[in-house]
Design a protein around this ligand. Structure first.
Ligand SMILES: NC(=O)c1ccc[n+]([C@@H]2O[C@H](COP(=O)([O-])OP(=O)(O)OC[C@H]3O[C@@H](n4cnc5c(N)ncnc54)[C@H](O)[C@@H]3O)[C@@H](O)[C@H]2O)c1
Length: 361
């Protein structure tokens, strides 16, 4: 069993480490960058130049604290050139086309970004002399969906009925082949991390339920939801991020490479919470009364239940979920409320990070 990591351990470990984060302007990437920057790491980011996400750099006060490179992960040369210049000690790969709906519209871009992008990262890791720890982010959607209520564990069958899920399953198979073929003898800790739907401030993605709700308030539009009864494994973004951080820590010094595997980081299999009840709670915390319009969409296949079995991460990494579903929803609403009221967003951001990490992860 690995030990719990307290802020003092994390400060000591991450201080001055060079960390490359692909997708650092996105929802998960921006929080990961802010957290690791708080622990004293030097953060280098590689992302697309997109205005909606660039605003995150300012909101999280990272426009001056992080070295940002705008490039496309599909472009092998551009990524290698940047990575070689940095010589990172640790790499977190989050850059992806992360949306199911978009994957039906642009399957080429989805596969190129999620699979060839992963290949470019793996190839770089294969030749890098500086890297000691690599965490590759895929998704709970990499599992063949059998509507299991007991939850998917890491050795469950991979699959995917939609292009996004298939691209994440393909990325997992790619990792697995590289791990066996190239990383067994190399002194590098490398692993994939699979998490489910996450919530939290700083998410501006389209077709995600809380960002859509916030945008409906900003744009004074009606909120339309399509799968009111869908049950998601709701968890705050800090939960998988604490898993990624812990994994990167233990991979770094793992001489036997026995952590080079895939890891689930999901919520406990607790009571079922539907999309509709989450939205109602968010509006309650925001103190906003808004009509919710329910429109069923039969063209896109929606997976109704996605649950992860995380016993492996709990047992081997001593990882655990810290915030309950209701606290996660409350903290998310608190962040957006501060944003909507144009109050001190950085203060809330840092307070939420401190609250979560103060008891150790
Ligand atoms: N947010 C969730 O609920 C969730 C759930 C499961 C898995 N994931 C996975 O977590 C990772 C991060 O997701 P997110 O929610 O932060 O997404 P996001 O859309 O908020 O951010 C994506 C990031 O990747 C970058 N990016 C996208 N395409 C790129 C390209 N071609 N080249 C370079 N950069 C590119 C974007 O610029 C952005 O920084 C993804 O791999 C996603 O599939 C997310």
């Amino acid at each position: 069993m690995k030990k719990k990591l307290y802020i003092k351990d994390l400060n000591k470990f991450f201080k001055k480490k060079r960390i490359l984060i692909t997708g650092h302007t996105g929802f998960k990437g921006i929080w990961l960058s802010r957290i690791l920057r708080n622990f004293g790491a030097k953060i280098y980011g590689f992302s697309l130049k997109e205005p909606s996400r660039i605003k995150n750099l300012k909101l999280f006060n990272l426009d001056k604290e992080v070295v940002t490179h705008y490039g496309n992960i599909k472009d092998k040369k551009s990524f290698y050139k940047y990575a070689k210049k940095i010589n990172p000690h640790i790499l977190f790969h989050l850059a992806a086309q992360p949306l199911v709906k978009e994957s039906y519209i642009n399957p080429y871009d989805t596969f190129e970004t999620n699979v060839m992008g992963m290949l470019n990262v793996l190839e770089y890791a294969k030749f890098s002399n500086s890297l000691r720890s690599v965490v590759l982010i895929t998704s709970d959607k990499c599992y063949k969906n059998k509507e299991l209520s007991s939850g998917y564990s890491e050795n469950s069958e991979l699959g995917g009925d939609d292009p996004y899920s298939a691209s994440k399953a393909a990325a997992e198979i790619l990792f697995s082949s590289y791990n066996v073929s190239f990383f067994k003898k190399k002194k590098i800790g490398i692993a994939t991390a699979r998490a489910g739907n996450v919530i939290g401030g700083g998410d501006w993605c389209k077709d995600r339920i809380i960002p859509d709700a916030i945008k409906s308030i900003i744009n004074k539009k009606k909120l339309i939801i399509r799968s009111p009864n869908a049950v998601r494994p709701w968890q705050h973004v800090f939960e998988p991020l604490s898993g990624y951080i812990k994994l990167s820590y233990y991979l770094y010094n793992n001489k036997k490479n026995n952590l080079n595997q895939s890891w689930n980081f999901g919520p406990n299999l607790e009571k079922k919470v539907t999309v509709l009840s989450v939205i109602k709670l968010v509006f309650k915390y925001l103190d906003i009364k808004k009509k919710i319009i329910i429109k069923k969409n039969n063209q896109i296949k929606e997976t109704l239940i996605l649950r992860l079995n995380c016993s492996k991460a709990k047992k081997s990494l001593n990882w655990q979920r810290i915030w309950s579903t209701s606290l996660s929803i409350k903290r998310t609403a608190e962040w957006y409320k501060t944003y909507l009221e144009q109050k001190n967003i950085l203060q809330v951001t840092k307070k939420q990070i401190n609250d979560y990490f103060k008891g150790g992860i």
